[in-house]
Design a protein around this ligand. Sequence first.
Ligand code: SAM
Length: 374
Amino acid sequence: MGESVIPLADLRYAAATPTVPEAPEAPTGLLSDRLGRPLHDLRISVTDRCNFRCSYCMPKEIFDRDYRFLPQSSLLSFEEITRAARLFVAHGVHKLRLTGGEPLLRKHLEVLISQLADLRTPDGAELDITLTTNGSLLERKAQALRDAGLRRVTVSLDALDDTIFRRMNDVDFPVADVLRGIEAALRAGLAPVKINMVVKRGTNDHEIVPLARHVREQFGPGVVLRFIEYMDVGATNGWRMDEVLPSADVVARLHAAFPLEPLQASAPGETAQRWRYADGGGEVGVISSVTQAFCRDCNRARLSTEGKLFLCLFASRGHDLRALLRGNYSDAQIAGALGLIWGARDDRYSELRGAMQADPGSGERRVEMHYIGG
Ligand code: SAM
């Protein structure tokens, strides 16, 4: 018998059953929380499984062969996800992002995308539907995803150097396959393609400029590269502040190689600070989740693979939406419950983290990134 310990809490993140109002108010599309933040984005995790084992997200030692991922029966079905999404859209959500785990591991994902693509906002507009992927299956799937109604895609790519990339994904996956996936996405018209690189000081920070150069030279302005500060999400990655490279340093390194000019945010609540290459070579962004928290503008809700609704990436407690979706409740009742949940929201963990213990509330275990999605 191996020594591996299965963390039982993983499958049982605390979740409260939402209160269903007796006389639910009809959604107005203008919901806002206690800090005046609207509900604009919904991130939907479609699987807790991933074929990579990036040490900062799903370290191999914990997510090993004995690890118990969620059983199929716990996962929200496509119909349940679409129903939930429709109710969120009625409350003002305009953007849906499918994530995971690795979302392209969920079978027949195109079917879900085509169901979601049929939804319309209260004023009749199409939704902005996107997906975050490690790119490993993108070459094969890009066209089918586009045909189903996906608009654009974000690919996680932490290094251009094959040795470093294989070491970081920890399953020996070659970088060339991900680069071909990005090309396939561009050919399929999934534009713009965004590439997200999580920067870990001492691990891949020397890849910042080479990756930027490659994107400029090989892909051009249709691909936007963004650098993410390594975050203290979850409880399994052994996060340390000295491994965070502040975005200001990333920008300085880029600027020394390719002069940059600042750009305005393109949408309220946008997570990235945007820059453009002064020579017209396109755009880059930095996401400073650690050094410059952006809770004040956070307009995102997150739906876990098993239908728990989280209002913050750093939450330890969710709201069991699946209990309502599988209970005998009408759309109006569930929408009413969502309205109460968002209306009571006052999370701003990242802004408060300096003043708090590692775990803000009750000593409960913080949710893991692969479970809730990035
Ligand atoms: N498998 C997909 C992928 O690779 O994009 C979607 C899920 S993954 C959890 C979403 C994003 O979260 C990825 O870009 C990943 O690099 C990022 N991520 C995971 N753990 C992180 C951490 N501790 N700090 C910053 N970003 C993290």
